[in-house]
Design a protein around this ligand. Structure first.
Ligand code: IMP
Length: 426
């Protein structure tokens, strides 16, 4: 069985915790897009793990796969593998031979373009993600198959690097030295040779053997290169369909599609956020929700839950379940709101617009809920969903009925134990 977990908003929905939670019953955990722009926090007991590129099931010592749709910074990957091994964990990782390598010039290009893009800048993580995907599409990317074959790697680098150096010269940046880059990346090629595989072949074999496969989405639907708030998006397909392309599995092999919905909205980066709160409530959400980027440390823009966004997410992904996270962050508030439509130029809009000028002028139409005070965590542990205050259950029930998708899980704290499981994934 193969199930997918995706983010329904702008990333940072708490997918790390949810993936790790469900990964217990999975044999294989796969990343199919993105790179080390992602940041996943997993808390087990007193230990806090932060990962950027390695799949979340690593703490559980699952079979881990980085699919062809992922872009990999070998230096960061090596650091994460070493950190896990130092914790005494066994890392069984396979990297697709078709996955693209993030090269040092990609990070420099990311900085150059962000500086020049003015109002079009997305506020990237500066990890070289966009330039690496751009090279992939332009067909001069370096894939792992190339990195581990020195003859091919040398040839490609000797063509690509002078091109990049010409760009750097134009923008007043120092050129990169071929020998230095080659030496460093040749070393990575040697280290990673034993990890590189035809991961699509492996994955299809695992499925035929009846293994449980969990596909872990990074970022969120509204950061998808096509379906997100373009151009303030990331450069990959963050939606469930991306799992098929980014891992080399037939679409009909996808079983459940679990959408992770944070009980409110956060955004790190630029572009319109219709429900953003620039007041005390927004600050409260940021502080109580610890809404600071895992990758960049930037404060996240916070606001009420936007159900127009999540409804659109369901249309694109076909969610079979919702994992609702960070419900506890709303606890101290007197009123809780969720946007069910927008008002634009005096008209009601119910669908998420593609035009960013329109989106930036959309005013949310809210449904208001009474607050519910602090949770009695002991009661929730004993009684499960029924242990939540009635007003909180009303809020959760409304989300489910508005989107038309059942709630599979409610997370009411960062710890694994602070989770109400309503439906297993496997
Ligand atoms: P990039 O993926 O670094 O190119 O950044 C493009 C946009 O996506 C920026 O607005 C980033 O802040 C945002 N972004 C990328 N990765 C994440 C993530 O994991 N969580 C939240 N936002 C992200």
């Amino acid at each position: 069985m193969l199930n997918v977990i995706i983010g329904t908003q702008w990333g940072d929905e708490g997918k790390g915790k949810i993936t790790d939670f469900y990964a217990k019953k999975a044999d294989v955990v796969v990343r199919f897009q993105g790179g080390n722009n992602a940041g996943h926090t997993v808390i087990v007991g007193e230990k806090v793990y932060k990962f950027h590129i390695i799949p979340s099931g690593s703490v559980e010592e699952k079979i881990l796969i980085l699919g062809n749709g992922v872009v990999v910074d070998p230096k960061i990957l090596l650091e994460e593998i070493e950190a896990l091994e130092n914790e005494g964990k066994t890392v069984s990782l396979y990297i697709s031979e078709r996955a693209n390598v993030i090269m040092p010039y990609h990070k420099i290009e990311d900085e150059i373009y962000e500086e020049l893009k003015g109002n079009l800048k997305a506020g990237t993580t500066k990890r070289g993600i966009g330039p690496c995907y751009a090279d992939k599409i332009a067909r001069f990317g370096i894939r792992f198959a190339d990195l581990i074959d020195d003859e091919v790697f040398r040839e490609k680098l000797s063509i690509i690097l002078p091109m990049k150096n010409k760009i750097f010269k134009t923008f007043g940046k120092d050129p990169l030295d071929y020998n230095q880059v080659h030496e460093e990346y040749f070393k990575y090629g040697k280290i990673f040779k034993e990890y590189v595989a035809d991961t699509s072949l492996l994955l299809n074999k695992f499925l035929n053997e009846g293994k449980n496969v969990l596909m872990e989405g990074a970022q969120g639907t509204h950061l998808d290169i096509d379906h997100g708030i373009y151009p303030y998006t990331t450069s990959s397909h963050t939606v469930a369909g991306g799992a098929s392309i980014g891992a080399g599995i037939p679409p009909q092999k996808i079983g459940k599609i679990l959408g992770v919905v944070k009980a409110y909205t956060s955004r790190v980066g630029t572009g319109p956020v219709p429900t953003e709160l620039k007041d005390k409530t927004g600050e409260h959400l940021r502080e109580r929700g610890k809404e600071y980027g895992t990758t960049t440390g930037r404060p996240r823009r916070c606001g009420w839950l936007d159900l127009v966004m999540v409804k659109y997410t369901h249309r694109i992904n076909g969610l079979t379940g919702i994992a609702l996270t960070k419900l506890d962050v709303l606890c101290e508030l007197e009123k809780v709101k969720a946007a069910t439509a927008y008002e634009y130029n005096g008209k009601k809009i119910e669908e998420f617009p593609a035009n960013m000028k329109v989106l930036s002028k959309c005013k949310p139409v809210y449904k208001e809920f009474e607050g519910w005070g602090e949770f009695d965590k002991e009661k929730i542990k004993k009684e499960g969903y029924k242990g939540l205050p009635e007003q909180a259950r009303k809020y959760v029930g409304f989300i489910s009925s508005f989107i038309g998708v059942p709630i599979s899980l409610v997370s009411y704290g960062p710890k694994r134990s602070e989770t109400i499981l309503l439906e297993e994934l496997f």
